[in-house]
Ligand binder design. Sequence first.
Ligand SMILES: Cc1cc2nc3c(=O)[nH]c(=O)nc-3n(C[C@H](O)[C@H](O)[C@H](O)COP(=O)(O)OP(=O)(O)OC[C@H]3O[C@@H](n4cnc5c(N)ncnc54)[C@H](O)[C@@H]3O)c2cc1C
Length: 389
Amino acid sequence: MTDYDVAIVGAGPAGSTAARELARGGARVCLLDRARFPRPKPCGGALSPRVLRHLPSGVEGLVRARIQRAVFTFRSCRPFEVTSTLPMGYMVCREEFDAWLCGSAEEAGACVREGVAVRRVERTGTGFAVRASGEDIRASWVVGADGANSLVAAQLLPRRLPAKFIGVESEVPYEGDDLEETVLVDVGRYPGGYAWAFPKGDRVNVGVMLEFPRGRELRGALAAFVGGVPGLPSAAAACWQSAPVAAPLREPAPCAGTGVLLVGDAARLADPFLGEGIYYAIKSGSLAAKALLAGRNEADAAARYETAVAEAIWPDLRAASRIASLFHRSPRWWHRILSRMPTSLMQYVAVLTGEQSYTGLLRLVVDRLGSAAERWALPRLGLARSGAS
Ligand SMILES: Cc1cc2nc3c(=O)[nH]c(=O)nc-3n(C[C@H](O)[C@H](O)[C@H](O)COP(=O)(O)OP(=O)(O)OC[C@H]3O[C@@H](n4cnc5c(N)ncnc54)[C@H](O)[C@@H]3O)c2cc1C
């Protein structure tokens, strides 16, 4: 057995960020992943601009497209667009991005073990024994960064609800120039979700996200979307990969226990409206590292982390969930309204850049719906009337 302060299971954005920051802070960290990098990960690979300020320098070299235009359709019809002088998002390929982040954790001093699948995590008198393929590791702390189907969460924390969504995506060669700096977003035939096309230079990422119980409809929905957009390669509907999008189904899930912290998808910290998970993975990885470095003992570090997540992440996810339930009551109506005032979508862009919070956006939406809607919406959304104390 080898001794570490922290064993981190999973070297996606959440685990690699926690490992990098812990190693920088002087902790002895072992970062384990069953895959060898670069490895594929089902994902659109869209980074909101606010992610960039949490990343080490050098990410610019991985960006394949800067997004300044978004085209919205309803069932592939009635397009309207929003443009911005500043990027609304950045496109990366996950195999490149995750390998780079994992490398930055190693550079900071974390011991990275690739191709090592963790099978069991057992409590010992002084911490944990992490039983992995071919070796055992002993550590005082375990961080579960092992994604939506987290083994660490299943073995060490109370049973949780499944993820809210399931997604499918396909990244295929693309030679057209219609999508330069442009994302396509289609709504109306994807219960709880939407379809997208994200440009990545010589490739395009096409995908669909749906409510988890509607997973069987994913392939048909992907084919319908691809068929509805002239110029999208038909290969996109043929070779695909799917995975849960780990937004909380209802209330946030428990993310800490004695000696164990969950980060990113393992903690169900993806956005319940957009499905954005990379930002919250990186943010929670960073919060976990800070809590572990500052914690006086096991209970103190776990409490610090829980509080930090409850303050810095859950309000956003709750507000996003309420916006999602408002939108999905009537996507057709929202599409029509937004097409008449597309610039109002810049408020949503402000959430992605970090200038606006989801809670602020929700309040704005409710205010703009007007007083009639306000009467029924506010109590259902758990908000007080604007200006009320
Ligand atoms: C179809 C789809 C599209 C998406 N598009 C976007 C998008 O455009 N933008 C965005 O922000 N988010 C998107 N998301 C969400 C995003 O992909 C995730 O939220 C994000 O990857 C979470 O990062 P993570 O580090 O928590 O987990 P992951 O990235 O899943 O990493 C977990 C790691 O743990 C490893 N692992 C798992 N089990 C074990 C084990 N037993 N032992 C060792 N290692 C293990 C895995 O190999 C993996 O490397 C999308 C999700 C899906 C499914």
